[in-house]
Design a protein around this ligand. Structure first.
Ligand SMILES: [Zn+2]
Length: 113
């Protein structure tokens, strides 16, 4: 079991974050230390869900809707963004989270020549 900064710090409010969207069961916020260059928004369920593989159908629509709304803001403001979640060994924080990322640091999917 890895660290869970979202249940431990963000949801209870012990770490201050800039909240963009809050719904009954989801939260979208800018982290204090952005991981991506231009803009970086994290979207989480406010109750513990370990990863996308453990997400209930009920919460899926609400969570993806919050992801969609902040991604739309990022596209309006910056012209594009990347939306991603990580799983297994690639997931460092073991609370399901989506990154909506803009600018340096997003993965560039370049077609192979
Ligand atoms: Zn958690």
């Amino acid at each position: 079991m890895g660290p869970d900064r979202y249940c431990d710090e963000v949801v209870p409010g012990t770490v201050k974050v800039e909240v963009l969207v809050r719904t009954e069961n989801t939260l979208a916020f800018r982290p204090p230390l952005p991981g991506f260059g231009t803009d970086h928004i994290i979207v989480i369920p406010t109750r513990h869900v370990s990863s996308l593989l453990d997400l209930d159908d009920d919460l899926t629509i609400e969570l993806l809707s919050t992801v969609k709304n902040v991604a739309a803001l990022a596209v309006d403001q910056h012209g594009g963004c990347q939306v991603l979640t990580t799983l297994g060994d690639e997931q460092h924080n073991k609370h399901l989270h989506w990154h909506v990322a803009v600018g340096d640091g997003v993965a560039r999917f370049v077609p192979r020549a």
